[in-house]
Design a binder for this molecule. Sequence first.
Ligand SMILES: NC(=O)C1=CN([C@@H]2O[C@H](COP(=O)(O)OP(=O)(O)OC[C@H]3O[C@@H](n4cnc5c(N)ncnc54)[C@H](OP(=O)(O)O)[C@@H]3O)[C@@H](O)[C@H]2O)C=CC1
Ligand SMILES: CC(=O)N[C@@H](CCC(=O)OP(=O)(O)O)C(=O)O
Length: 346
Amino acid sequence: MTNVAIIGGSGYGAAELVRLLHIHPYAKLTAIISHSKQGTDFSTVYPHMNQIADQTMEQLDVKKLSETIDLVFFATPSNVSKTIIPDFLASGITCIDLSGDFRLHSPAVYQQWYQAEAAAEEYLHQAVYGLSEINAASVRSAKLIANPGCYPTAALLGLIPVTEKELIEPNSIIIDGKTGVSGAGRSLSQHVHFAEMNENVKAYKLGSHKHIPEIEQALQEYIAADIQLTFTPHIVPMTRGIMVTCYAKLTENITTAQIETIYHTFYQQHPFVRVRADGEVPTTKEVYGSNYCDIAIHVDERTNRLTIISVIDNLVKGAAGQAIQNMNISNGWDQTTGLQHAPIYP
Ligand SMILES: NC(=O)C1=CN([C@@H]2O[C@H](COP(=O)(O)OP(=O)(O)OC[C@H]3O[C@@H](n4cnc5c(N)ncnc54)[C@H](OP(=O)(O)O)[C@@H]3O)[C@@H](O)[C@H]2O)C=CC1
Ligand SMILES: CC(=O)N[C@@H](CCC(=O)OP(=O)(O)O)C(=O)O
């Protein structure tokens, strides 16, 4: 049994980790840490977990915790884990960070997009970007795993197979993202007020979303040049789900069927990526509550542009599910352990 703890106990990411860890056969949740609700039972904050996860949330004591756990999940906002993780690493604890603190390699780029000082450079170098399907080999030996952002997970799983094969012009990439409201976390903020969300669709952070450098950095590993892409996120009135629609100019004449074959081959060994048949377009409900990422491809032969549609559940494959997938890989367990449940439908 691997003993694990969660930090950021009262947030949505933590709640989803607790739900998924409850059915995990090899991981035992030994502590839930909360800085605002220490002393409160988890099930008081989340009554749907009554008699399932009643443990009392605790104050963070790194030294004490390090004596009892093997692995810690950070489900905290950015700018929190960067100062705490070094202490856990010094005690040999594996750290999986759901926030963006260790995703970007360059401190200057982090400073620019997060408007805050980056983590110490040695830790940025040590961190492995935990896009499970792509980086499993590095995740296996990592002590610090930077779990990808929700939009980047969907966008990169959609874009990497054709970027790797140089089938698209990287600088022509445009990503249109749509997220459910839970993507904003549980803390109240005006842009998710019911009256402003219901029957409304909003674009936000035009040209300034922190996921832009994250997607660019990951794609740059496949080509020997910088990439600059356009990403526009939208918030839509649903609870969970992300759909990204990526557009890019093709570099050669190729059919939808040929590209689909490339995707099927690329994801053959990856049970959580389901490539849809031609003409079938996935919806966010078809992955709801699950760790799946469903992808559809369409070649517009008239314009020679490729459209890629990719859907995930932001809290599962986009956060807690992928974090558990990374824990599985890191422990040498089957990557699907504790994550085999089907999506909830309708
Ligand atoms: N929601 C989503 O779909 C996704 C979220 N993420 C990332 O996961 C992380 C958690 O997100 P999410 O759970 O949605 O956010 P929430 O706002 O729901 O929860 C974050 C929790 O972190 C704790 N926290 C807040 N401020 C501080 C602080 N200054 N110091 C320590 N702890 C703090 C709080 O819990 P407590 O007071 O109990 O400690 C809070 O409830 C974020 O970095 C987010 O960007 C990534 C992908 C998808
Ligand atoms: C609706 C909404 O506000 N969504 C958030 C999701 C960001 C997120 O979860 O951040 P990381 O994945 O980088 O940790 C946003 O777009 O900023």
